[in-house]
Design a binder for this molecule. Sequence first.
Ligand code: A2P
Length: 283
Amino acid sequence: MMNRLTDSFTLENGYSIPCLGYGTWQTPDGQTAVTSVKKALETGYRHIDTAAVYGNEVGVGQGIAASGIPRDEIFVTSKVWNSQRGYSRTLDAFAKTLSDLQLDYLDLYLIHWPANERQFKEWDTLNRETWRAMTELYNQGKIRAIGVSNFKPHHLESLMKTEVPPMVNQIEYHPGQLQEKTVRYCREHNILVEAWSPLGTGKMLTNPTLNSIADKYNRSAAQICIRWILQNGLLPLPKSVTPSRIEENARVFDFTLDGEDMKTIGDMEYFGGSGLDPDLVDF
Ligand code: A2P
């Protein structure tokens, strides 16, 4: 079990990834991104998750630079957006991401969403073409690890047969949203699962069951969600731009949820979140 903010999971290729990431979806670019990323790094987070489509890579990069922490002590993830699928567009998207972040390599680059059957007859070929670019950048040393996001097992299948299979899958995961088939598939194939919206974009936090468990441990519902994800062996990516919450979300290493509470949370019915099905989205 992870004991500190800087403890790491080890990816399939041996590369280390700090066990709690700082999410930036819905963080506005500019001063908010700069200040909150800097605050997260000052708090001790060493893993920052962004994406081209978040529109905040410039601010995130400035926050990283402003922290003064050496580049090789920080794990930075970004993602190629849906409009950039395919071999050459992905190479272009990656170059823009690096330039916006003002970095010369990424620790992790992900395909943000799979091309799905609803939108593309040749969805699998398109995903493989995107993956071919990712693999090339990885082989060139411009990315330390490569993976996907929002992929279900059938989207992953053909990529698993390539020269460098995905090492990470970042999916929506929080109480009531467990995506069990996907998580099981990833475990069987040595793919680390990261949890986006670990707080259900905040919707978990008023839930009475989570709050009564939180009271028992003298913690907040947010800390219960994050801890529950860690104890399930997944990597949570909580987002906050509020300094006190950035700190609170990192204080999850000095208590342990007992087996009964783990089960109570694991058995909760869906009660909110994005709930997007990657096979049905039309963006
Ligand atoms: P804010 O960024 O304004 O602080 P998720 O990580 O599931 O996407 O959830 C992010 C949402 O939850 C944001 O609206 C964020 O607000 C809010 N949030 C993050 N951490 C906490 C916390 N510890 N307590 C209450 N709300 C939080």
